[in-house]
Structures are given as C-alpha cells and as structure tokens.
Design a protein around this ligand. Structure first.
Ligand code: HEM
Length: 224
C-alpha cells in the first residue's frame, strides 16, 4: 500500500511548477496524509476496469473517468499503470483537462521511483518554433493592423473610435480565453492600453480568428 510521507521526504505540495501543473495536494490532503505509491504498486492497476496513471509524479485513479474521456477510453487503458506524462502533454490538454485531474488524484509517486530532474517533458525544437510563431505572429499582425489603420484613418476620429472598439473586443476576448500553455504552462504577456494581457498559445490561436475578423472590419469603411 501507499506509504505515508515522513519528515525527511521532500514535500512537493504547493509548489507552482513550470509545467502549468495543477496543485492538487494542497487542496486534497495535509502534508502528513500524502500517500506515496511505488511504481510496482501503480503497475498493478493496469486493467481496463482499474486504471491508475502517473502524470508529473502524481498518481491518479482514473477508472471512473475512462468512459468520459473525450479522447477515448483506449488511449488511457494503453497507459494504465504507467507514467503518462509525456502522452498527456503531447496531446496539449487544456486547463480544463488539467483541473479535471484534481478529482482523480490519490497520491504521489514514491521518491525512489522518480526520474532524476523530475518528469519535465523535453520539447522538441519543432514545438518551440511552433510556440514562437503562435505567440509572435498575432502580436505582429495586431501591430501591423494598428499601424495600417492609423496611417489610413489619421484624419477620421470616428474611424479611430470604431477601431478602438474592435481592439478592445479583441483584448477582452484574449482575457476571456486566457490559459496557461497546455504543454508547458508558458505565458506571454503584452501590454496594451495599460492593461496586461496574458496570452497562451491556445489564446493566441483563438485570437487569430479575431485578428482576421478585425481585419475584415477595418477594411470596411468606419461607422459614422
Ligand atoms: C487522466 C488524465 C486525463 C484527463 C483528465 C484528460 C482529459 C481530457 C479532456 C478534458 C479532453 C478534451 C480536450 C481538452 O480539454 O484538452 C481530452 C482530449 C484528449 N485526450 Fe485526454 N485526458 C487525460 C489523459 C490523456 C492521456 C494519457 C492521453 C494520451 C494517451 C489523452 C489523449 C487525449 C486525446 C487524443 C484527446 C482528444 C484531443 C482532440 O480530439 O483534440 N488523454 N482529454
């Protein structure tokens, strides 16, 4: 069975990590009742009606979630009793998916079975390039839009107000869809009109459609 945490063990509770991981243990247990499971114990729960997974050194009993998983039961059963960190992160699960995890949390992977340096997923250069383009492209697009608009409408105050309204809607939308990056928790911040807006790749991707919408809107004559 799981081993109670002793005083010499490192407490991983409450530590915000760079993976955008949800902090479960602080909500579910106190320091003294964190359960530690060995890899051997976890491996035993590898059947389609009994599935435990390790994600970022945390142990989840997801048996009751199998049928609800939007990505299907099969992918979860394939990972049963093992470390699913990499597959979980590869899919690029949303913040909602990460929050869902909380209710299935049962404990921590035993310290002796943890990989040195933690289970940080190494991102391929392809992923970094994708993240760079996801984050930088819409910002450049928005700046270009703004410059074009200022250039074309400098003599039209109504046009400027119209544009500002679109811009604010755009910013609001980004705030609404603010997430930490589903693969590494990375945030990008931009400063606009005194308000700090946090962008994640997901929010940025969402903003693409808004940028295009704004572009369409700006190409129409401003409302008078
Ligand atoms: C046990 C923890 C897991 C939870 C709570 C979870 C939750 C979710 C949720 C809520 C979604 C809907 C999309 C989203 O919100 O991101 C999803 C989609 C998906 N998940 Fe999971 N998931 C888990 C583990 C995994 C694992 C280990 C794999 C891979 C082996 C996986 C593969 C997928 C796939 C392929 C999709 C569909 C993505 C798509 O259609 O865009 N999931 N999951």
């Amino acid at each position: 069975m799981g081993e109670e945490m002793n005083e010499n063990m490192i407490n991983t509770n409450g530590a915000a990590n760079s993976m955008g991981d949800v902090n479960h243990t602080a909500e579910k247990t106190t320091d003294s009742d964190v359960k530690y499971y060995t890899l051997e114990e976890i491996k035993a729960h590898n059947m389609s009606k009994d599935v435990w997974l390790i994600i970022h050194d945390k142990v989840y009993n997801i048996t009751s979630f199998l049928a609800e998983h939007p990505g299907g039961e099969e992918v979860l059963v394939e990972q049963a009793g093992a470390d699913a960190t990499e597959s979980f992160e590869d899919v690029g699960h949303s913040t909602d998916a990460r929050e869902l995890l909380i209710q299935y949390y049962i404990g921590e992977l035993h310290m002796d079975d943890r990989k040195k340096g933690g289970t940080k997923v190494k991102y391929s250069s392809k992923c970094s390039v994708k993240m760079f383009y996801n984050n930088v492209t819409p910002i450049l697009l928005m700046l270009t839009l703004e410059l074009c608009f200022i250039n074309n409408n400098k003599n039209s105050p109504t046009g400027r107000i119209h544009y500002n309204r679109r811009w604010l809607e755009l910013v609001d939308h980004m705030v609404d869809t603010c997430h930490s990056c589903s693969c590494c928790g990375y945030h990008v911040s931009i400063l606009h009109a005194g308000a700090q807006v946090f962008l994640s790749p997901e929010a940025v991707v969402a903003s693409h459609s808004f940028c295009l919408e704004a572009l369409t809107c700006l190409t129409k004559p401003p409302l008078h």
